[in-house]
Design a protein around this ligand. Structure first.
Ligand code: MG
Length: 158
């Protein structure tokens, strides 16, 4: 039996912060504001994975009030979600995500992100699908003030 889960996240972008996305640092003049490393892609994927197992959401498992997660790499969230699924005898089959930002161009960074995500989820890079969109210059994303991500995960019973 296969199950699907959906995830979404958005972070504000600010100058002088690192832009972490899919577990890697992207060279850019702005970065996301967040308690952890602000990695929207990992956060949306984490919620999708938790959703597929009906395991609650990222805020339940990694509260931003917990100093343990301050500045944490969000790949750890994915690793933990994978473990929670595995405790329920569920394994990750596939993930797909759309990252929405005006800049920078993300395509050239996708191979490294897919490798990083695949490693923590126990998948191959082929099983990680990543896509990028702009917001056509509209709204806070279009003005470069925010970055967002939608994700879906499929898990299967062992
Ligand atoms: Mg987040």
């Amino acid at each position: 039996m296969n199950y699907s889960g959906i995830g979404y996240d958005l972070h504000r972008l600010q100058e002088g912060r690192k832009l972490m996305l899919g577990g890697i640092e992207i060279p850019f003049e702005k970065g996301s504001v967040g308690h952890s490393d602000g990695d929207v892609l990992c956060h949306a994927l984490c919620d999708a994975l938790l959703g597929a197992g009906a395991l609650g959401d990222i805020g339940t498992h990694f509260p931003d009030t917990d100093p343990k997660w301050k500045g944490a790499s969000s790949l750890q969230f994915l690793e933990h979600a994978r473990k929670l699924l595995s405790d329920r005898r569920l394994r990750v089959v596939h993930v797909d995500a759309v990252v929405i930002c005006e800049r920078p161009k993300l395509g050239p960074h996708f191979p490294a992100m897919r490798t990083a995500i695949a490693k923590v989820l126990g998948l191959t890079a082929d099983e990680i699908s990543l896509k990028a969109k702009t917001n056509e210059g509209l709204g806070e994303i279009g003005r470069g003030e925010a970055i967002a991500c939608h994700a879906i995960a499929t898990v299967g019973s062992h």
